[in-house]
Write a protein that binds this ligand. Sequence first.
Ligand SMILES: NC(=O)C1=CN([C@@H]2O[C@H](COP(=O)(O)OP(=O)(O)OC[C@H]3O[C@@H](n4cnc5c(N)ncnc54)[C@H](OP(=O)(O)O)[C@@H]3O)[C@@H](O)[C@H]2O)C=CC1
Ligand SMILES: CC(=O)N[C@@H](CCC(=O)OP(=O)(O)O)C(=O)O
Length: 356
Amino acid sequence: MNPQMDDTGQKIRVAVVGASGYTGMELLRLLINHPAVEITALTSESYADSPIEEVLPSLFGMLKLTCKKFDPREVAKHADVVFLAVPHKTAMAAAVELLPLGVKVIDLSADFRLRDPAVYRQWYGADHAAPELLKEAVYALPEFYRQQLTTARLAAAPGCYPTAVLLGLFPLLKREVVDPCSLVIDAISGASGAGRKLDLPLHFAELEGNVKAYKVACHRHMPEIEQELSRCIGRDVMVTFTPHLVGTVRGILATITATLVTSKDVKELRTLYQSWYQDEPFVRILPDGRFPETKQVRGSNFCDIGLAVDARTRRVIVVVAIDNLVKGASGQAIQAMNVMMGLDERTGLRLPPLFP
Ligand SMILES: NC(=O)C1=CN([C@@H]2O[C@H](COP(=O)(O)OP(=O)(O)OC[C@H]3O[C@@H](n4cnc5c(N)ncnc54)[C@H](OP(=O)(O)O)[C@@H]3O)[C@@H](O)[C@H]2O)C=CC1
Ligand SMILES: CC(=O)N[C@@H](CCC(=O)OP(=O)(O)O)C(=O)O
């Protein structure tokens, strides 16, 4: 098959719901260069009837489309695939309206990530609008659910922190190299992880020069991480997860520590990771002595992983970096779309990081 077309030889018509936000914007930045895609519809509630190049001046001259208020019939008329880049709770209502109209839906929010509606209610404070769809939705981490994505009509793009943590931990847990009760995760995010909406702690004067822990022991990504780790090894896993906000724009750096239950040295662990991810285009296992940096992945779909072993404490330290808006959101969603539409998974995503 021509890797630049779907199996009918047509361009894939794509709509972005929530085009005015950060992940919507990032979807457009990447999709504009995607050779198999035509962007056909954009929605925004606050900027209805505004040309996108006015809403997002960085796209001036690159995309001649006007944002409309969300109308599922209008969106479905113009699209084969719809990305939902809107807040939790809004996304599930939109998916319920869109799916019967025959489009594929890729949701960037958390609405279809958790499989148990009771867990969703506990962490998101609302009843799920479509619990039956939770069974159908595929958790869109292509490195682990590639096969399921090939036939999916509803994909739930993982959260940004879970993406980094799961890619960093799966090989260790699958190969039973660490004690699953010993997982401690410290992760740092830039402010774009919180979206574009106005919020006092994100004001320049409060954010610049600051680093702080937040939602300590109660972040809603904890159940998402635990769900996927538990599925990975077939028994319940709990983690200690501490997110931090730092005064920068993009990037997540996650440092994961776990107690080794076998006497593996760092060379053996690196070999394990290299073989685990050898066919993965977006996971890079760094060589001995090198550790990931957010600036080395910025603007790209890469997930960089570095490893160390502290022989004194018998703990392994896994450091992971991603760009929260790319591999942590929009790039990953496009990667999932490529799989769902039978395209080469790398299409439109072969971007070197933006450095310095
Ligand atoms: N930022 C990140 O790093 C990541 C974000 N996500 C998830 O992706 C989704 C989008 O996040 P992000 O782009 O950062 O958020 P933003 O706040 O930047 O954008 C949200 C978008 O949704 C629209 N919107 C807001 N409220 C409503 C509503 N009630 N009904 C319809 N549309 C609404 C907004 O604009 P308008 O008012 O113009 O319609 C805007 O286009 C969220 O669910 C978020 O959790 C996931 C992974 C990473
Ligand atoms: C810095 C910051 O505020 N980050 C966000 C993570 C956003 C994200 O990736 O994920 P969701 O789609 O699950 O909202 C937070 O902690 O809520």
